[in-house]
Design a protein around this ligand. Structure first.
Ligand SMILES: [Zn+2]
Length: 206
């Protein structure tokens, strides 16, 4: 308190002074009240309204849900409600595509940016453009080595005012409607197929 610039003077008042001394009785009374009440009476009330609490909770739950999805666990994705029930976002008739989608979403893939974390001999750089670190984001969004298929994804996002971000590309944005998410996933899979994009089985360059 002193360091914060507050000047403190401490002084002692005998507690059993004869009645009638100004302030002493009031102080005794307040002290008795304070010790007998379950909660301190001078608590500053800053409780949130029900609406505010609800908003906070929803925000928290949404963040947790996205975290879970990104870990690639078994929770079904939002847009997978089909006639046959719920499906995982990365589920595809091709096992190869299923594996790639899963690895893209979790970030545990054989792209250089991830590999270099475990092997110091591996270059972090993208094997296509050799300009930036080869992360999932770079490979899907930023690599200058553009293919026409990837351009189609961008055109679609642009047309629907959707930001070119990984969350939107990988089915992690619950605010997009299911039709939109389906279309983005379809375009992404097409891009993966046409470019034979496979971070799981790439050739090592030396
Ligand atoms: Zn690149």
């Amino acid at each position: 308190m002193r360091s914060a610039g507050t000047k403190i003077t401490l002084f002692w008042i005998p507690s059993h002074m004869p009645p009638g001394i100004e302030g002493n009785e009031i102080a005794d009374k307040l002290a008795a009240q304070e010790s007998s009440s379950p909660k301190p009476s001078n608590t500053i009330s800053n409780e949130l309204s029900v609406d505010e609490q609800s908003t906070q909770l929803k925000k928290h739950l949404r963040a947790r849900y996205l975290e879970e999805l990104q870990k690639g666990n078994t929770k079904p994705n939002l847009h997978q409600r089909t006639k046959t029930g719920m499906h995982k976002w990365h589920k595809h008739k091709s096992r190869r595509i299923t594996k790639i989608l899963f690895s893209l979403r979790t970030g545990h893939n054989r792209l250089n940016g991830h590999l270099a974390r475990f092997n110091s001999n591996t270059s972090r750089l993208c094997q296509d453009c050799e300009e930036e670190e080869e992360t999932t984001e770079h490979a899907l969004l930023n690599c200058s080595n553009k293919s026409p298929e990837r351009e189609k994804i961008f055109q679609y996002l642009n047309k629907h005012n959707i930001r070119p971000e990984l969350t939107n590309l990988l089915g992690l944005n619950p605010t997009l409607n299911s039709q939109t998410q389906h279309e983005i996933t379809r375009l992404l899979i097409k891009y993966l197929q046409k470019t034979e994009f496979n971070p799981e089985k790439k050739q090592k360059k030396h």
